[in-house]
Each structure stands twice: as structure tokens, then as C-alpha cells.
Design a protein. Structure first.
Length: 171
């Protein structure tokens, strides 16, 4: 599949089959995360791979009771690291570290789709509760979660705006 086909065919998956993600595929997902670009190559991000059923249920509760979070065989919690602030100040922590996490997650989600896995970006959650559940140090800020597994159901493509609506070309 071409990269553009992968981008166009990826869907947000909220229904997962119960089988686990194989270890060799988990390794590839981890590689995709760490090879994403980052501001100043500081790599100000940290990822937690959650397999524990009780913890996944607690994460789902903290994510406004989005039960599909707990149903996924794997939940990846992506955090920004405040350490970037020492180099880039407030803009580093408020923007660059979040962009770093977003770039990592998007690359990983595209790889996951290409490998037959499904995932969904979850940004709606109580940040303080996620921090407590994972016992995060003060320098880590939860940015997003990505439930991951083999899709039980793949939704149809949602409509997209036209390029003319989304893009302005300036010459």
C-alpha cells in the first residue's frame, strides 16, 4: 500500500477483536514512535504501553467512560515531557512537546493500519486522573491515548472538506 493509500484508508477503530498484538508488531510500533521528528531532537515525549485489564478499565473511566478504551488489547498513553521547557520556554511545553507527541502517534497509527491493526486517537480524558493512575512524575503531561488492536469493525470513511476549503496556495 502506498503511504497516501494508508493515510486515506486508516479509520478510527472503536471495536476490537480480543487477540493480543504480537510482540514483534509491538516492537515495530515502538520503533515508529521513537523515530518520529521532534523539536530540537530533544524527543520530549514518553509512551506507556498498557496491557493490564484493571488499569485499562480505570483509563477508560478517566476517559469520560469511553468503554472501547478498556476493550482494546493494548492502550498507549502518550505524554509530553516538560524537560523541553529548559530549551524552548513556555512555547516548548505548550506547543513543541505536544507536536512531538502528535507526530509520533500519527506515524505509529499509520504503521498500525498498514500492519492490519486498528487504533483511535483519544484526547478526551481527565489529565489529572491519568497522571494519578500511571503515577506520572511531574515532568510528564498526558496528551493522548491510542487504544490499539485488530479491528472487529471498520467504519466507512467520513466526509472530508475539499482541498479548496482546507488549503490556500500563495505564490
Amino acid at each position: 500500500m502506498s503511504i497516501l493509500e494508508t493515510i486515506k484508508n486508516r479509520r478510527s477503530i472503536r471495536k476490537f477483536r480480543p487477540e493480543p498484538v504480537p510482540a514483534e508488531l509491538v516492537d515495530r510500533l515502538q520503533q515508529a514512535l521513537i523515530w518520529a521528528p521532534s523539536a530540537g531532537n530533544l524527543q520530549a515525549r514518553k509512551f506507556f504501553f498498557v496491557y493490564n485489564e484493571q488499569l485499562k478499565n480505570e483509563l477508560a473511566a478517566a476517559a469520560l467512560n469511553q468503554r472501547f478504551v478498556a476493550a482494546a488489547p493494548l492502550v498507549i498513553v502518550a505524554c509530553a515531557d516538560r524537560a523541553i521547557e529548559s530549551r524552548y520556554g513556555a512555547r516548548g511545553i505548550n506547543l513543541y512537546a505536544v507536536q512531538d507527541v502528535a507526530a509520533s502517534l500519527m506515524g505509529m497509527m499509520l504503521l498500525a493500519h498498514d500492519e492490519g491493526l486498528g487504533s483511535v486517537w483519544v484526547g478526551a480524558f481527565h489529565e489529572d486522573e491519568i497522571s494519578r493512575l500511571l503515577d506520572l512524575p511531574p515532568n510528564l503531561i498526558p496528551v493522548a491515548m491510542a487504544p490499539m488492536g485488530y479491528p472487529a469493525k471498520v467504519p466507512t470513511a467520513p466526509p472530508r472538506v475539499s482541498p479548496a476549503e482546507a488549503i490556500s496556495e500563495l505564490y
